[in-house]
Design a protein around this ligand. Structure first.
Ligand code: PLP
Length: 418
């Protein structure tokens, strides 16, 4: 496959113009880590001036009633459109980990007589830590069943379904898993959980803005997700919570604070939960971060998930074709599902020299992927700002690294955050 092929794909691409809607300070950098931290939208840069000068500088506390107070719900309504939920089913709050904690505890309290949480070993470690911590805190002899994946790539769906029974309180899974990029069939897993009377909790951190999530259609009960990956919300941007409407009344937020209280400005001394999803807020929202994540969400709404997903699939298939043609011969292995229907928007390649190659990509060839131990190089496909030529060029630079054995220089390096 030639570079002309990639250039032709870019000419035919209806979304190619979106690249310029993001900040680029280094034209030769190929950024393949949009699955970890999305790029900065130009619109966010422009809004930051207004946020600081007008909203904070000029309006001061008056702006609480001019947009800040409504921000968690206003942006929640927008995210709801991206994940197939109703407008009042999503609200912005805290971080993904904290929201997970709230919902895990809420689920265990709700299913009082059931003692098991079922999950898998492809889950994000923080999710497992939260479940372990919640079980310890509650001291109700809950047990966490971590079902192993056979190959570290595909979710163990059959074994998970078999592990579900009338003792299961909660099935908690990451929808698109962080290493291999495998994406669960949400409808089938929800159905299996509901068949035994369990609740479902989905972590959408790697799904929102990358695959077409349809929470209502899949009958999902609860979900959380972050906004700094494919939503381009900025480092540490706030997370979201989804709870299906008919569960909102019965689930309680275990971190009761004034922002979740009914009539919060009466400053009454006794807590009473708000009737809406607002009750899953705790303290004052991180307004500056919320305001700055909104333009990224607006960009995705403008493009629409079907168009975005179509481009993501095309680009991922192109990357896999280039892997087959150029990289497989250097002993890379594909550690993501080959079939698009089972894959999110990043591709994992395994290699014995994975960490050294990852570092050589960053330091010698100006490509930024990321690395997850023991040997996974993750190549993130963020279709809004990645071109087909970028993908061609990244594989070409990787073959340079392999031919010149540039990774040898880094093979002894200790691991650090990538
Ligand atoms: C990125 C990610 C998180 C991040 O959680 P934080 O609370 O924002 O640190 C959680 N879960 C998954 C699956 C992720 O990919």
């Amino acid at each position: 496959m030639t570079i002309e092929f990639a250039q032709e794909q870019d000419r035919l691409d209806p979304l190619s113009g979106y690249k310029d809607k993001f900040f680029h300070s280094d034209e030769s950098l190929i950024y393949l880590d949009g699955n970890s931290l999305g790029r900065l939208p130009m619109a966010t840069l422009e809004k930051s001036e207004d946020l600081l000068r007008q909203q904070w500088g000029d309006r001061l506390i008056r702006h609480w009633n001019e947009g800040w107070f409504d921000a968690p719900k206003r942006i929640g309504v927008k995210i709801a459109q991206l994940i197939g939920a109703k407008p009042h089913e999503v609200i912005m709050a805290d971080s993904t980990t904290i929201n997970l904690f709230k919902l895990v505890v809420a689920a265990l309290k709700n299913k009082k007589n059931r003692k098991s949480i079922v999950t898998d070993d492809l889950n994000f470690p923080s999710d497992l830590y939260v479940m372990q911590g919640a079980i310890e805190l509650l001291e109700q002899d809950h047990k966490l069943q971590v079902i192993p994946s056979e190959d570290g790539i595909y979710g163990p769906t059959t074994d998970l379904i078999q592990a579900l029974n009338d003792d299961t309180a909660l099935l908690s899974l990451t929808h698109t898993v962080f290493k291999s990029g495998y994406t669960y069939d949400m409808t089938a897993m929800s159905q299996a959980a509901h068949d035994v009377g369990a609740l479902t909790l989905w972590d959408l951190s790697h799904s929102v803005g990358s695959v077409e999530v349809k929470l209502n259609e899949a009958n999902a009960d609860m979900a959380v997700g972050c906004s700094y990956k494919y939503l381009n919300g900025g480092p540490g941007a706030p997370a979201f919570i989804y709870i299906r409407e008919d569960l909102q009344e019965e689930l309680i937020n275990p971190i009761t604070g004034w922002m979740g209280k009914k009539n919060l400005f009466d400053f009454a001394l006794d807590y009473e939960a708000d009737n809406s999803l607002q009750k899953f807020l705790t303290g004052t929202p991180t307004v500056t971060a919320l305001e700055l994540m909104e333009p990224g969400v607006d960009l995705l709404l403008e493009v629409g998930m079907p168009a975005l997903r179509a481009k993501s699939i095309k680009q991922s298939e192109y990357m896999i074709a280039l892997f087959d043609e150029h990289l497989a011969a250097y002993d890379f292995s594909l550690k993501s599902p080959r079939e698009s229907q089972w894959r999110g928007s990043h591709i994992s390649l395994g290699h014995e020299e994975g960490l050294g190659i990852d570092l050589a990509m960053i330091k010698e060839q100006n490509i930024i992927p990321d690395f997850r131990p023991p040997d996974n190089i993750r190549l993130g496909i963020a279709p809004l700002y990645l071109s087909f030529e970028d993908i061609y060029e990244s594989v070409s630079r990787m073959t340079t690294i392999m031919d010149a054995r540039l990774y040898e220089k880094y093979s002894q390096t200790k691991q650090f955050v990538t």
